[in-house]
Every structure is written in structure tokens, then in C-alpha cells.
Design a protein around this ligand. Structure first.
Ligand SMILES: [Zn+2]
Length: 457
């Protein structure tokens, strides 16, 4: 397999350090709110990576942390008059409920930050001892970026952007000028704290991931993933802390997933466009449609999310389910070319995955299989189920297929759309009644017709 390694800036042949075992770390959720579609896209990308590696014959050991103490969760707890523990447990449950609905496989370990304070403190102690960290005027412990000569190697900061001697206490910052960042924040009134030899306080966000990844995966591991907005400062700081402490290379490969855009715009609090899975479900949309939408865009490209694109994804997924159900129902004997065709499809599928996880291309190959007239239905089904081990659309059980619209109904809906475009409203209305007789309701949304079974509506 070949991956685009953000660290080297090149596409490289992937070679794990321990034979067929791939150890990888994924920055997990900060459990202070529901995950939004941008977060969910990243988790789906990581799930596709995990499933693809396994499909290519690797064993996978994945660690995803749960950030249950940081600036954001403390702020939220204060605002709601609750403890970080109660906020954390509420949104940890919602996170696991979301990933289940999206068919995201569970990682091997989900370490919580608050359960690894001891590991973080020992890592900080090593950094202080090796002179990479110092106590600031505010009694917090900071990492001295000028001491780590490779600082900026992931995000490609040139030397002159580094502001020597300046410190930043906040977990999240993205200034042009890199600064000494916090490892241990001195205790503040009204914030949770732990005792330590540096004085009571709490960990900075960045040190959490270094401590937890190395605890479960070792000093050097194979892949670190996240979203592009984490490259600086979070991932850059993880590298600095870890490599300064161990003197060894931290993660060999860095894969960073791109952003999601909402109707062409960046997600932002002011635009109120932070959609969650709850918003999708409120519109009666299947969470797996969102998964299907994500499959259609390469992880290094921006994905434009709109209700229209999601409804199209739902229609495409439903069409796929209809096709699979029909293939399942039709029994036939093996055809002469089966073996050759199956192996040809397999090769192309593996090549697509190995080409920096080209899932959209792989999805196109699945559709070719579905439409192929030369291959037997048994041959097709074998391929479909095998490929779906990567896509995770539950094509075997056809989970969520209650909203499948049969082709004859879909044809009427298309015909009605044509009439409406031509302003032949009387005829269009007659078709709508016909569709209703068949048990389906058509609603005209700005994005196009939404078809729902009347029983379930
Ligand atoms: Zn992280």
C-alpha cells in the first residue's frame, strides 16, 4: 500500500515496523459536546483506513484517546454548573452511540486522559530533566521549542516564524508564530487539578496524546492520524514532546484528513452550521447515508456537505441496496468467465485502496460489479460482501433498508419531476397520487424530491 505521508510530504510505500502488525493512533474526541459532521468524517476516514489495512492482510492495533480534561470541557462544565466527569460521561456515551450508527469499528483501546495523569507527569519529568521544559512565571511548565531542533517538521514552519521565549497557555492556538506551549498548567481556582512535584495543576492537551500513544503503542509506532486542523499545533507538539523525551522517531507515517465544508462554507459557531447525527436523524435520514457520502470523496480532499448532497447519497445507497437485494434473490450457476472477472475486480479494488486509500475509486468498482452482466450473481455477491468489509455499509444484512424505494416507484418520481419542470402540474399531481397509492409519500424539498414510505412517515 502507498500513503501520502504528511511528515515527508511524499507518497511512500507503507512498511510497518513489526511485520504484519500495524500500530496506529488516532486523536479521539474531546467529550464536551456532540460530535459534528466534521469530526464524524475524520472518524469514518480512520475506520476506512483500519478496514483497508485489514483487507490487505494486516493486523491492526488502534488506540483512540478520549480527551476528558482540557480547556473546552472545563469551560462547558463551568457554563452548565456540572463536573467535567458528568459532562465527559454524557458525551462519551453519545460518541459511542454515534460510531455504532455509522458502522465505525471500535478501536482496540480508548484511553481516557484523566486515567493517565501519572504517565503524563513522568513524561513531563523527563522533559524537564533533559532541559526541554521549564517552569514559567505563572508556575506552569512549558516546552521550550527552541531546544528541539526539528520543531516545525510536520507543519513546515520556517525558523523565522518561531517566536523564541513567548509562551502560550491555551490548549488551542494557531498563530503564525510558534511559541513555547504548556505541558502542565498550574492550578487555577475552580478548575480540576491533580497534585504533582511541579505543584498542583492539570495537563495541557498536547501532552495527553504523547503519553497515551506511547503507553499503548511504544516509543515508535506506524501511523498517526487526525484532521488537518490538528497538524499545527497539536501534532507538531506531540512530535516535539515525544521525540525530545525518547530520542526516537515518534510516528513513522502521518495521515491527516481534510475538512468538511457546509454548503461551501467553513463550519463556524457564528454560522450555526455545526450539524450532528441528531440533526440528520431529525430529518429522517439514515446515518449510513452520511457514511456513503464520505466514501465518495478522497480523505485528502475537502468534502462539501449539504442536505442536497446527503439526500443524493441516501438515494444512491438505497439504489445500491435494491440492486444487492435483487442479486441476492436471483440464483444462477457460475459463468465461464467468473474466475477471471472476480480476480480482475479484486486486483483493481486492492490497487485503489493501496493508492493512498482511494475509496471513491473503490466505490466505483463496486458499482461496476453490481452492473456487470458477464459475471454470475454468486460471483457478484462474493465480491460485494468482500468489498463491503471495507465500505461498512451493512450490505449483507441490508441494515436500514426499510426506506428502500423500489425502482418502479423511483421511475414515477423521476417522471413527475420532469412534468413539474415543464409546469405540467395537473399531470404531475396525478402521478403523485399514483405514487401514494403505491405506499410512498413525495415531498418537494429545495434539494429535490424526498421519498418516504407512508407507513414509516
Ligand atoms: Zn491528539
Amino acid at each position: 500500500m502507498f500513503f501520502y505521508n504528511v511528515l515527508s510530504g511524499k507518497t511512500e510505500k507503507f512498511k510497518p515496523t513489526k511485520g504484519k502488525l500495524v500500530r496506529f493512533y488516532t486523536c479521539g474526541p474531546t467529550v464536551y459536546d456532540y460530535a459534528h459532521v466534521g469530526n464524524l468524517r475524520t472518524f469514518i476516514f480512520e475506520d476506512l483506513l483500519r478496514r483497508s489495512l485489514r483487507h490487505e492482510g494486516y493486523k491492526v492495533f488502534q488506540v483512540m484517546n478520549l480527551t476528558d480534561v482540557d480547556d473546552k470541557i472545563i469551560k462547558r462544565a463551568k457554563a452548565e454548573g456540572k463536573t467535567i466527569k458528568s459532562i465527559g460521561s454524557k458525551y462519551t456515551s453519545s460518541f459511542f452511540a454515534d460510531i455504532k450508527k455509522l458502522n465505525i469499528e471500535k478501536a482496540e483501546v480508548y484511553p481516557k486522559a484523566t486515567a493517565h495523569i501519572k504517565e503524563m507527569l513522568s513524561l513531563i519529568a523527563v522533559l524537564v530533566k533533559k532541559n526541554f521544559a521549564y517552569k514559567g512565571k505563572d508556575n506552569s511548565i512549558y516546552f521550550d521549542i527552541s531546544k528541539f531542533k526539528n520543531y516545525g517538521k510536520l507543519s513546515r514552519l520556517s525558523k523565522r516564524q518561531i517566536k523564541v521565549g513567548a509562551t502560550v497557555l491555551a490548549d488551542e492556538y494557531n498563530k503564525v508564530e510558534a511559541q513555547d506551549f504548556v505541558l502542565w498548567k498550574a492550578k487555577k481556582e475552580g478548575e480540576p487539578s491533580w497534585p504533582s512535584k511541579f505543584g498542583a495543576g492539570r495537563p495541557g492537551w498536547h501532552i495527553e496524546c504523547s503519553a497515551m500513544s506511547m503507553k499503548y503503542l511504544g516509543k515508535t509506532f506506524d501511523i498517526h492520524t487526525g484532521a488537518v486542523d490538528l497538524i499545527f499545533p497539536h501534532h507538531e507538539n506531540e512530535i516535539a514532546q515525544s521525540e525530545a523525551a525518547t530520542g526516537k522517531k515518534f510516528s513513522l507515517v502521518w495521515l491527516e484528513g481534510e475538512h468538511i465544508l457546509i454548503n461551501g462554507e467553513k463550519m463556524s459557531k457564528s454560522l450555526k452550521n455545526f450539524f450532528t447525527l441528531r440533526d440528520l436523524e431529525a430529518k429522517n435520514l439514515d446515518p449510513l447515508s452520511f457514511r456513503y457520502l464520505v466514501l465518495g470523496t478522497h480523505y485528502r480532499k475537502k468534502l462539501n456537505f449539504s442536505w442536497k448532497s446527503l439526500i443524493s447519497a441516501e438515494n444512491a445507497l438505497n439504489n445500491l441496496r435494491v440492486e444487492v437485494r435483487e442479486i441476492k434473490a436471483r440464483k444462477d450457476t457460475a459463468k465461464a468467465d467468473d474466475k477471471k472477472l472476480v480476480s480482475n475486480y479484486n486486483n483493481r479494488f486492492n490497487l485503489a485502496l493501496g493508492d493512498d486509500l482511494n475509496v471513491p475509486k473503490a466505490l466505483g468498482i463496486l458499482w461496476e460489479v453490481v452492473k456487470d452482466k458477464k459475471i454470475s450473481n454468486d460471483g457478484k455477491l462474493g465480491l460485494i460482501y468482500d468489498f463491503d468489509g471495507v465500505f461498512g455499509l451493512s450490505l449483507k444484512s441490508l441494515r436500514g433498508n426499510k426506506s428502500v424505494v423500489p425502482p418502479h416507484v423511483r421511475k414515477l418520481v423521476v417522471a413527475r419531476e420532469r412534468l413539474r419542470t415543464n409546469k405540467q402540474f395537473i399531470q404531475a399531481d396525478a402521478l403523485r397520487k399514483e405514487i401514494e397509492k403505491l405506499g410512498y409519500k413525495v415531498e418537494d424539498k429545495a434539494s429535490g424530491p424526498l421519498i418516504t414510505p407512508i407507513n414509516n412517515a
